[in-house]
Design a binder for this molecule. Sequence first.
Ligand code: WQD
Length: 336
Amino acid sequence: MAILVTGGAGYIGSHACVELLEAGYEVVVVDNFYNSKPVVLERIREITGKDFKFYEEDCCNEVAMDRIFDENKIDAVIHFAGYKAVGESVLQPIKYYENNIGSTIALIKSMQRHECFKIAFSSSATVYGVPEYSPVPETFPLSAVNPYGTTKLYIEHILGDVYTSDPRWSIALLRYFNPIGAHKSGLIGENPNDIPNNLMPYITKVAAKELPILHVFGNDYNTKDGTGVRDYIHVVDLAKGHIAALRKILETTGIEAYNLGTGKGYSVLEIVENFKRVNNIDVPYQIDPRRPGDIDEYFADPTKAKVELGFECELGIEEMCRDSWHFIEEEKKREL
Ligand code: WQD
């Protein structure tokens, strides 16, 4: 029973590969290293002690995708591959539409040609647009506030139409909230090469003294301490949520969306203070104006995943902060 993982060398994809291999699945990875590094594949093998096939290909390449399905008996696909920088998507929308939607269409066509009808799609809580209240259930109205979010929304609609056209399909739309943290081994995690857009990778670069200070984008929001509140989910919990969704799609047909979040909201300053306390390290910060497009707060209603997938998060904010920093410390040692 082989599971194809697109984008399996990426931050979330690599953690999912670890959980898949440890759960006993045969794994096939395809990645073009646009936002990942080949060394991650070795780290996955080191963590699990298991091997897997790898194809360095672009998922937009239908011929390449057909070759993967010709050479492997793929029972299901977990589709992570895609661009994910919100700011970049605003500046280069066509790049995002062409890649994120184009790769998904190429993948679906190849799956159809090979009678593989089971897919878990890496969607995002961003499809809720600007939620009026939290916690946010899957029944919330969907909208998009940037081209990145629009690609996720459009792909959800495309997959819905694919199921309507052929009820043999089994599709899980996994709406991630804010993934942070790293595998406890310190071998895989998140360490962007460029200046990070997201909070936790920015915090770790400030803690590592690679960046001078954290800019807190606004403290005048209608939240507990005025800073933005989000639902942070440990990336290992997120990966386990994919295993739970995979079990469901392997057993059934249909299409369902699931929130993958903790159901708890933490403010920016709470994250900073937890990170400093847990790691006994300073993170200097200053309050800046709000970042355009940000909202006060949102966090998941995780009930549906618990009831239908038997999934709930186990790791808390302390593990998220500790594991995020442990990975960076280990990376530094490896660079010496
Ligand atoms: C979190 C909080 C910021 C950086 C984004 C995408 C979303 C999803 C997750 C893919 C906010 C504040 C941040 C900084 C700060 N990605 N912040 N200083 O914006 O909730 O969601 O990542 O699916 O699609 O939009 O995450 O980590 O950027 O911000 O104060 O340097 O931290 O204002 O309140 P966000 P984030």
